[in-house]
Design a protein. Structure first.
Length: 75
């Protein structure tokens, strides 16, 4: 596959991990404000956000070398 496409996919994976962590924090805050400390909802939030982070990290690890190679180019 094209290394620039792989590098872009790795960059998007970094963004997905970033937004998953902050999205989880936002959802926990919302849950605390709306329902109080509900362990069931916290578990759902952790599972969904953990799944997103897992998939994004796997994508990043698959394309990490292309991202490093793209950083070495003058563009």
């Amino acid at each position: 596959m094209n290394s620039s496409i792989d590098a872009a996919k790795a960059g998007r994976a970094i963004g997905a991990m970033f937004f998953a962590f902050f999205g989880a924090a936002w959802l926990v805050w919302w849950c605390l404000e709306r329902y109080g400390a509900s362990p069931a909802i916290f578990c759902v939030i952790a599972l969904v956000c953990g799944g997103i982070v897992f998939l994004a990290r796997r994508q990043y690890r698959n394309d990490q070398s292309a991202l490093a190679a793209a950083a070495d180019t003058p563009e």
